[in-house]
Design a protein around this ligand. Structure first.
Ligand SMILES: N[C@H](CCC[C@H](N)C(=O)O)C(=O)O
Length: 276
């Protein structure tokens, strides 16, 4: 079958975006891995699928697949590209849309300056909400990784995040500790591993070794999780500028029970067609 797609990115976290409203398809994990393959396919960190909603009161369904072919609950950079895509494709004229995901409804909004703001929902911290195998809900947990014991904070933005604070993010052992955290047995659904360097009370640098994709140039839900973890630890105050290798995001959070607001760019690089 021939599939039309758009290649997009949010700060270098890149996506193949598929219109599942006007195209009918069901992709196997092998086909998803082929789309994500940077040598034999199109190449991306995640594949994003736009579908009609399955519940009343929302505009679209948003499905996210990592480059390893696994479907996941949430993608923040992808949410910004999602609203840009549905506008560019003429699927909506509404500047703010409601979008259902595996773990709740998010609200991306096109801003007048070309950026996109997304209400990413309320972060969750209980071990069973991550999921993380632990007896209590504390702000810092100890995790034995490779030859170290890390102090991590766990946050769910719909998808799971383990955030640890480092002195120098550029020198952090992301390539070694990242996969060890991602696949740690205390995370039964694996986890995204964030490495955060605090610059001041309103600014951090962040690298994320993503579940199912490896280190990406930016991670939107990872930026939300890191800012929230830093605020909970008393290291940061909202709003937080999150500097990733791909550029800056702005994250705002009013505290427990409040949603996280993420603002940043969304770019369409090209559109194409592929035979699957
Ligand atoms: N790798 C993530 C999904 C993509 C998240 C990231 N690209 C973002 O912008 O939030 C996971 O398995 O939960």
């Amino acid at each position: 079958m021939k599939l039309k797609f758009s290649k997009m990115h949010g700060l270098g976290n890149d996506f193949v975006v598929l219109d599942g409203v006007r195209q009918q398809f069901s992709l196997t994990p092998e086909q998803l891995r082929y789309l994500g393959d940077r040598h034999f396919g199109v190449g991306c960190d995640q594949i994003l699928v736009v579908e009609k909603p399955t519940r009343p009161g929302v505009d679209f369904r948003y499905r996210i697949f990592n480059a390893d072919g696994g479907e996941v609950e949430q993608c923040g950079n992808g949410a910004r590209c999602f609203v840009r895509f549905v506008h560019e494709q003429g699927l909506t004229g509404k500047p703010e849309i409601l979008v259902e995901t595996m773990k709740g409804v998010i609200a991306p909004r096109l801003e007048a300056d070309g950026n996109v703001t997304v209400d990413m929902g309320i972060p969750r911290f209980l071990p069973e909400e991550i999921p993380f195998l632990n007896d209590d809900d504390s702000i810092i947990h100890h995790l034995d990784v490779a030859d170290d014991t890390l102090e991590i904070s766990v946050v769910s933005m719909g998808n799971p995040h383990a955030v640890n604070v480092v002195a120098d993010v550029d020198g952090a052992p992301v390539g070694v500790q990242g996969p060890a955290i991602e696949n740690h047995p205390r995370f039964p659904q694996r986890v995204n591993a964030g490495f955060m360097q605090v610059l001041d009370r309103h600014a951090i640098k962040l690298r994320v070794y993503e579940r199912g994709a490896g280190e990406t140039l930016a991670c939107g839900t990872g930026a939300c999780a890191a800012a929230v973890a830093g605020i909970r630890r008393g290291l940061l105050d909202s709003p937080v500028r999150v500097t990733t290798r791909g550029g800056d995001l702005s994250i705002a959070w009013g505290g427990a029970g409040c949603p996280v607001l993420m603002t940043g760019p969304a770019v369409t690089v090209f559109s194409g067609e592929i035979e699957l």
